[in-house]
Design a protein around this ligand. Structure first.
Ligand code: GLN
Length: 497
């Protein structure tokens, strides 16, 4: 075990790499101890769906060889760091199930670019993480393989759809995990589990090899317990990829401004968001406090308006299902996906396979998208939703003429109990503050700011950046972290061995 008495998954990237460089432990030990700890401590929480112990050992052997050869400095920014991947990311020879019966037996024939970049940076792959089915949801309750529990309170959801990724990092099983965010699926679980979660600007991380939900909205990003670790992980996984036609050539060091502080920064706050229906008092108080702290550190707070943001939810539940309907058409039981046996004709096979392979929320989205794109209906919903998209993007463009980043709530409330939200439309409201960022395509991240006064559960605030100026939100996030401290490991997982 580690010299400092902490499990490796509870260490920062810098702590792991310092220990490796000083030969206090080897990467092989990091890999095997982390796998053992996940096997033991994740049995009930269920963040991981599959462990990749052999791959972790192979990756560790390369890092150890570099250390022995005196070339550790070139082994990559994530060298020796255990990383988990959301189960919608292909990793050659592992299952990529998207937590769906439709893909329960699907084995990745290749590796997604984001995963490949992480491995190239020296990461030790620990396994695949639970999620809402095909990333539809805000709680992991739609996973066909059972939900993940919130490490702060097993009665509660970890958020979603990247709930397994958030829970694994918050429990200190891994320092870094990757998730994907189409409407809030990195930021909301990060907030519910009290860690940092980043949805970068659309195009910063390649979507190649990540099972598509809404192709114009999906973006991959990291979870970590500190802003610096999130920035280091994003450095490793970002970059141009010719296999994703929306990938951008923006070579950015996301750690560049972390130490600058917020002196002279203009930070927007949105009074209409702070008065939104459904925002709980404890979350409102934490967001207001975070704004004051930033002001205390030298930032200037500016009231801004995002008048069309209130239509973001409606636009998203048109655009998202339309894109999902198109993307999920490939799971037809012939080319991909579960095949229900024994049908005489192809139509019956399609119908039975898709009815049995997809869970209720996936079927709801597919049927909605199919209806919205049908002749006659398209002009009534899809076309106006695209117009709303433009208006929301223009709102942000206007706001960012006045401010460098924007501070808002992430989720209107802290983690809810399993089964507490039965009505799908109530569940959709979980993302009321996060969805407009995917619609506009700019950057957003969740930063932990302590516990809610009433529920004593983690609260995150959202920082929003102009497109391709993600460094702005990282700069403000680092300043907040200087006040609130890096995220603690969830209490019941923090006990030392
Ligand atoms: N909760 C939202 C939804 O259900 C967002 C999901 C996501 O970002 N993948 O669509």
């Amino acid at each position: 075990m580690a010299a400092v008495g902490k499990p490796f998954g509870a260490m920062s990237i810098a702590e792991i790499q310092a220990g490796l460089a000083a030969k206090e432990f080897t990467a092989a030990e990091v890999a095997s101890a982390t796998i053992s700890r996940i096997e033991r401590d994740d049995a009930q929480m269920h963040a991981f769906l599959e462990l990749t112990a052999d791959m972790a050992a192979d990756a560790a052997a390369k890092v150890d060889a570099a250390i022995a050869a005196g070339t550790f400095a070139e082994a990559g920014p994530l060298a020796g760091v255990p990383v988990g991947f959301k189960d919608n990311m292909n990793l050659l020879d592992t299952h990529t199930t998207c937590s769906s019966n439709m893909l329960a037996n699907y084995v990745s024939p290749y590796t997604a670019t984001c995963v490949e970049y992480a491995l190239h940076a020296g990461a030790l792959p620990m396994g695949k993480l639970n999620m809402d089915e095909f990333a539809f949801g805000s709680s992991t309750e739609t996973s066909a393989f059972g939900p993940t529990l919130n490490p702060w309170d097993f009665q509660r959801v970890p958020g979603g759809s990247s709930g397994g990724s958030a829970a694994a990092v918050a429990a200190g099983l891994v320092p870094v995990a990757l998730g994907s965010d189409t409407g809030g699926s990195i930021r909301q679980p990060a907030s519910f589990c009290g860690i940092v979660g980043v949805k970068p600007t659309y195009g910063v991380v390649s979507r190649y090899g990540v099972v598509a939900f809404g192709s114009s909205l999906d973006q991959v990003g990291p979870f970590a317990r500190s802003v610096e670790d999130a920035a280091l992980a994003l450095n490793a996984i970002s970059g141009f990829d010719e296999r994703d036609c929306t990938s951008q050539r923006a070579d950015v060091d996301f750690t560049a401004n972390l130490a600058e502080g917020v002196q002279g920064m203009r930070i927007g706050v949105v009074p209409a968001f702070m008065e939104a229906d459904g925002l709980t008092e404890e979350v409102r108080a934490r967001v207001a406090e975070a704004a004051q702290k930033l002001e205390g550190l030298g930032a200037t707070l500016v009231d801004i308006e995002l008048p069309n943001a209130k239509a973001a939810m409606s636009a998203y539940y048109v655009l998202g299902p339309c894109e999902a309907f198109s993307n999920l058409a490939r799971f037809d039981s012939v080319r991909y996906g579960y095949c229900d046996p024994g049908h005489a004709d192809l139509g019956a096979q399609y119908e039975a396979s898709r009815a049995k392979g997809f869970g209720p929320e996936a079927r709801r989205r597919i049927m909605l998208g199919s209806y919205l794109l049908s002749a006659g209906v398209y002009d009534t919903y899809y076309y106006p939703a695209q117009q709303v998209r433009t208006l929301i993007t223009q709102d942000y463009d206007r706001a960012f003429q006045q401010v460098d980043c924007i501070l808002t709530p992430v989720s209107p409330r802290t983690a809810f109990k399993f089964g507490e939200i039965g009505d799908p439309t109530q569940m959709y409201l979980s993302d009321m503050f996060t969805i407009s960022i995917n619609i506009a395509g700019n950057g957003g991240m969740s930063v932990p700011v302590g516990l809610g006064a009433d529920t004593q559960l983690p609260v995150g605030v959202q920082l929003i950046s102009p497109a391709f100026k993600d460094v702005n939100m990282f700069r403000a996030a680092a300043a907040l972290e200087s006040v609130y401290g890096p995220a603690p490991v969830a209490p019941q997982f923090a006990k030392e061995d």
